[in-house]
Design a protein around this ligand. Structure first.
Ligand code: KIV
Length: 266
């Protein structure tokens, strides 16, 4: 069996210019398939609120539900780094964030937690990382802020908001974040941020310059109800099994063939 993926392995991949493949998973069965397909990181995303639970946003997802799904995923895989999302209203204060991140790590088996937000989360990120909780930050389109943003729209298109996102990325890294997810931002901005940061930057709808790519499992399997996001690709179309579709995704990311131009925002 190959060695376990750690944050140091991911940093080495970034330095060597090797792309990182990340998929979401929500249970042991799909986690097992993602592992054998070769993903480096599995994210138990709060997207489970939409793709598993059938809600129209991620807001209703609870910490208990995230712990439950993270523990299932943890039982299904051994090698990938396991990241669990901190759901809406679970990290309003540093103290609350520490209690809930502790549950995701102790009861769920997560190796790292991911939390959405920029400047307002810097103190929380420092509080967690000073206490041995690895943090993945998340900037750009923040699904937990959907009512504030007014829809699932590309972020950072004007120079003011692009500069804000770049500054926040630097602040979060400085506060101790060891990975960053960038969602739905123009390719040029994501490339600039990936080059500026030492930590791996994982894009979703953020173009070809990121250090890695993440997709929501249901989107890449073509089973998301309704409209599939334009930055995603249905990897099941040309494959005869879920595992082969996942492997096609991993290979396309590793070779720099996914995303292609049509999946990027300019
Ligand atoms: O919840 C999730 O699946 C995510 C990805 C979109 C990155 O945060």
């Amino acid at each position: 069996m190959k060695d376990k993926i750690t944050l140091s392995s991911l940093e080495r991949m970034k330095s060597a210019g090797e792309k990182i493949a990340v998929l979401t998973a929500y249970d042991a069965g799909f986690a097992r398939l993602a592992e054998s397909a070769g993903v480096e990181v599995i994210l138990v995303g709060d997207s489970l609120g939409m793709v598993v639970q059938g809600h129209d946003s991620t807001l209703p997802v609870t910490v208990q539900e995230m712990v439950y799904h993270t523990a299932m995923v943890n039982r299904g895989c051994h090698r990938p780094l396991l990241v669990a999302d901190m759901p809406f209203m679970s990290h309003g204060t540093p103290r609350q964030a520490l209690d809930n991140a502790g549950r995701l790590m102790k009861e769920g088996g997560a190796h790292m937690v991911k939390l959405e937000g920029g400047h307002a989360q810097v103190e929380t990120v420092r509080h967690l990382t000073d206490r041995a909780v690895p943090v993945c930050a998340h900037l750009g389109l923040l699904p937990q802020s959907i009512h504030q943003l007014g829809g699932y729209k590309v972020q950072g298109r004007d120079s003011h908001s692009a500069e804000r996102i770049l500054n926040e990325a630097n602040e979060l890294q400085e506060a101790g974040a060891q990975m960053l997810v960038l969602e739905c931002v123009p390719e040029l901005l994501a490339t600039e941020i990936s080059l500026a940061l030492d930590i791996p930057v994982i894009g979703i709808g953020a173009g070809r310059g990121c250090d890695g790519q993440v997709l929501v499992l249901h989107d890449m399997l073509g089973i998301t109800p309704g409209k599939v996001p334009s930055f995603s690709r249905n990897f099941m179309e040309k494959e005869n099994s879920v595992e082969n579709a996942m492997r096609a995704f991993v290979e396309a990311v590793h070779r720099g063939e996914f995303p292609a131009e049509e999946h990027c925002f300019q």
